[in-house]
Design a protein around this ligand. Structure first.
Ligand code: PLP
Ligand code: COI
Length: 363
């Protein structure tokens, strides 16, 4: 797309006092900045009408195809205020590439990587005052795309809207770094081979909610998904990938379930494989069964377990429950390697540590 992004600034931006009050306790996904990006796609014309405009509701026709057939994909990434006051996003090209893969799986048009990054840069530049500083806060960016054609025929739509909105973010879990309890979902599955598990599409999240409610009924914070075929192999959580620490100290191996096509290839997951290697740990991507988890916990071979994702950063898993068994992970607290990896990742993102992999994208 060659169209430049046209700026239509908000006539009524949030006052400094109101913004500062929001940034003091942003929560997650509750407040939005003053602008949003919109770019249209029409069959035969491609991408057009790129605008950075005031954040506002959309008007939707009742026969909008997304409402009926769910051609809807999204991404999540963050902009960080760095120690020197500048702002940078983390690996936006990786999100842009995953967005293209999600689009292909959902029979939607692929947005060029450079347009995805330009849209994010434009929004973050315009609403830079919304990027929190200090602590673990950041500006969460939500690029998404959905069908805008009106009609009830079941086929790929011929019109789409790509958008980016931004929301200042604190901790994803209200307990902060407190370990979460998880429920192994043996009744419901998230994704089956050949399905949409590795795409970041809205339907995957809709399908997860009933299991999340089941987890809550059992007193757990989150669901852990098992594979659909044997209901045995650990896949991921509702919005995070999983890591297992085998052994302790410098001899530890950091293990994550391999990418089988049914779990989301997380960018945090990928980054941690490299950071763990940089810190001298052995790493492995392989299948881990629920029996291995329970046994490894009982005999001490698994010392720590944590979840990772853009919104959740790194969150320790403290306890596990299923229909047959329940157990505490390690001593139920935050393990030393979990804490070390979390700090190493955040330090790169906030500029406290050198960015040896060239992951940070400056405005
Ligand atoms: N798995 C699922 C289902 C997710 O929604 C996410 C969040 O984006 C992740 C894993 C972690 O991915 P990332 O690290 O790219 O945020
Ligand atoms: C993210 O971490 O960006 C996610 O998309 C997870 C969740 C908020 C859906």
């Amino acid at each position: 797309m060659t169209t430049a992004i046209e700026l239509k600034p908000s006539a009524h931006p949030t006052s400094d006092a109101e913004r500062e009050a929001i940034l003091a306790a942003p929560g997650f996904g509750r407040h939005f900045t003053d602008h949003m990006v919109t770019i249209k796609w029409t069959e035969g014309r491609g991408w057009h009408d790129a605008q950075l405009q005031p954040y506002a509701p959309l008007s939707i026709d009742p026969a909008n195809m997304t409402l009926h057939y769910a051609q809807s994909i999204f991404e999540g990434l963050k902009a960080y205020r760095r120690a020197d006051g500048t702002v940078a996003t983390f690996r936006p090209a990786a999100n842009a590439e995953r967005f293209q893969r999600s689009a292909r799986r959902l029979a939607m048009p692929e947005l060029p990587v450079e347009t995805f990054i330009a849209a994010i840069d434009a929004l973050v530049t315009q609403d830079e005052a919304w990027v929190p500083s200090g602590g673990e806060e950041s500006l969460y960016l939500r690029p998404f795309m959905f069908a805008t054609e009106v009609g009830l025929g079941v086929r790929p739509a011929n019109e789409y809207l790509f958008m980016v909105i931004a929301s200042p973010a604190g901790a994803y879990f209200s307990g902060g770094l407190k370990p979460v309890s998880v429920w192994l979902s043996e009744e419901y599955v998230r994704a089956a081979p050949g399905g949409t598990g590795e795409a970041k599409c809205a339907g995957n999240y809709a399908a997860s909610l009933v299991a999340q409610a089941q987890a809550a009924e059992h007193g757990c914070d989150q669901v852990v998904w098992l594979d659909a075929v044997e209901r045995r192999w650990i896949e991921e959580m509702g919005g995070m990938n999983l890591y297992f620490v085998e052994g302790t100290g410098t001899d530890a191996t950091i293990v994550t379930p391999e990418l089988t096509g049914t779990l989301l290839p997380g960018i945090t997951r990928d980054s941690l494989l490299r950071i763990a290697g940089d810190l001298g740990y052995k790493t492995a991507e392989r299948r881990i069964s629920k029996e291995e988890w329970q046994q490894g916990n009982a005999d001490g071979t698994i010392s720590e377990v944590f979840a990772c994702g853009t919104a959740a950063v790194i969150t320790p898993v403290g306890s596990v429950k299923s229909t047959r068994a329940s157990w505490t992970v390690g001593d139920g607290g935050t393990g030393p390697i979990t804490a070390q990896l979390r700090k190493a990742l955040l330090d790169i993102q906030t500029g406290e540590a050198p960015d040896g992999h060239g992951w940070m994208h400056r405005l």
